[in-house]
Design a protein around this ligand. Sequence first.
Ligand SMILES: [Zn+2]
Ligand SMILES: [Zn+2]
Length: 460
Amino acid sequence: MEITFVGAAREVTGSCHLLHVNGHTVVLDCGMFQGRRKESAEKNKTLPVAIADIDAVVLSHAHIDHSGRLPFLVAQGYSKTIWSTSATRDLCAVMLADSAHIQEKDAEFLARREKEFIEPLYGMRHAVRTMELMVGMPYNKPFDVVPGVRATYVDAGHILGSASVVLDCTEGNVTKRLIFSGDVGRSGLAIIRDPVPPQDVDAVIMESTYGNRDHESVVGARAHLADVIRRTAARGGRVLIPAFAVGRTQEMLYNLNALQREGAIPAIPIYVDSPLAIDTTSVFAMHPETFDQSEDLVRNAKELFDFPLLNFTRDVQESKAINSAKGPMIVIAASGMVEAGRILHHLANGASDPRNTILIVGFQAEHTLGRRIVEKQPMLKIHGDEVPLRAEVEVINGYSAHADRTELATWIDSVKTTSPRLGPVWLVHGEPEPQDAFRTTLTSKGYDVSCPEPHARVTF
Ligand SMILES: [Zn+2]
Ligand SMILES: [Zn+2]
């Protein structure tokens, strides 16, 4: 039994690993590489393995760095099953269509610049065909992937539908339990349940994104949020929140709903101005079976995402009308790193007003407009125009959907407690620095840990 690490090996994006059992090959995740444009484009159009050799695909969750190349596999001729949880399948229907749209637009843009036809990585019809192949499974229900590989999804507590995958692999009369962590979430995140560490394990493929640091607490973040809104509303300003359409937007709505119910923030209108966020919010509403019933709001709210003062604006006219509305308000719009989307219009209109606050609730990568806002650069370039940054800038770090170093260690320690035969732990989905730090931590506790390079092949 062997594993080949193809993507998210010594880096965060492009999650993809090959599991070889009994002469069959199972692809675990097939995510998009993101980062430097040219290098990622090259990696994205390289198949992880010949299509004819793939017997099945098992997906951990819907984030594009895990699912984004599934339509590419399909465009190249893949026509067998793609397994996921039910909620992941439904999120993919929205997200892969959005991704296909972006691929088509990018290719058009490049074609205009280069003056020659450029084939998009995939198109809308491939995203649609991908959905025909996707089979949604409940958590905790084993299913046969190929002869000799039986899989079970357990909750990873990261985003809606996210899973760690338990893979019981049999060759001859030997059965071993491999687990693929997927992205591990945090205890206490809004709406979704906490991560469930699998038991009785022989080998582990584990993410390590934040292997070298800890986050602000989830509870502290909510008090911080209330404070920012009260202060901005008092001076008659707007709170502008750039947020990822999947996960972060719904988490913000959940917190705003709770804060308005408690009377902790004033009754001001809230706008969700992102068609993708509106679509993914409706997918959340379809999957109450994945919600954390221990949370008061989940138990007591009839409609988690339908409360007084909340407005969803889908069409462009409604979106533009927000700009001429008067008085304090909260606007949530994509994209999360302020690189595109409707948030740009709100910032072009509102960044120069000192009554407003730009509230950053997600990670901002280098070379993004979001990062320049965090750095409080005096001038922002938006749609080609210079806009002075006079609004207040606030950053809340408590909203990560990823386990931090302490939470990752807690997760693997719980696996180990129930796994007397635990062997190798391979760290994936991390930049070299946090990976090496986390490897050192685990090695000192007696784990057999390594950080495989891209294309490394190991036996278990
Ligand atoms: Zn993820
Ligand atoms: Zn990820």
